[in-house]
Every structure is written in structure tokens, then in C-alpha cells.
Write a protein of this length. Structure first.
Length: 97
């Protein structure tokens, strides 16, 4: 096993230390996981990164699989208007630019 010595500014080190503490692990483990992710041959999309972070923090919610898959008509009926809140949030974000 190799050691890596690197220089970090105090603010970055403090953020790493706080994050590691919040996740209940060492700074070393956090850094090794981060370096493994960025050097992985697997393309990690933003969604996968967010999903992994949510899982580590205990915030990942995976709904149970339904006993019966709803019909297309039922799915369309129960999701009417669901896209409206997303569109409104995007408009608010874009207006702030």
C-alpha cells in the first residue's frame, strides 16, 4: 500500500474533515473513495454521483416495487400535472440568472 502526501488549504481540509465525520468515517476513507471514483474506468454520471451521495447519507429512498404494473392509461391519469412543478422550478431558476 502506498502513501500520498498532498497539500490542502485549511478550508478544504476542514470541509473534508466535517464531511467524513458526518458520514462516520475517516478523512482517508473519504479521500480514497473520491479518488477511486474519479479514476474509475466506469463513467459516473451526475445522477450516479448524487445517488451514491444520497445512499451514503441515508437519504436515498427507493420505493417498493408495485405488485401490479399500472396500465399506461392509469399512469397517465395519476401523473397529470406532475411536470408543472418541475417546469415552475426551472423557470424560477432561469429567471435568477
Amino acid at each position: 500500500m502506498r502513501q500520498l502526501i498532498t497539500r490542502l488549504d485549511d478550508e478544504l481540509h476542514a470541509r473534508l474533515k466535517a464531511r467524513a465525520a458526518a458520514e462516520g468515517r475517516s478523512v482517508n476513507a473519504l479521500v480514497v473513495d473520491a479518488l477511486t471514483a474519479v479514476t474509475s474506468d466506469v463513467d459516473i454520471s451526475g445522477g450516479e454521483v448524487l445517488r451514491a451521495a444520497a445512499a451514503r447519507s441515508g437519504l436515498l429512498v427507493v420505493p417498493s416495487r408495485p405488485n401490479k404494473v399500472p396500465s399506461r392509461r392509469t399512469a397517465a391519469r395519476v401523473t397529470v400535472g406532475a411536470g408543472r412543478s418541475v417546469s415552475e422550478a426551472l423557470n424560477v431558476e432561469r429567471a435568477g440568472r
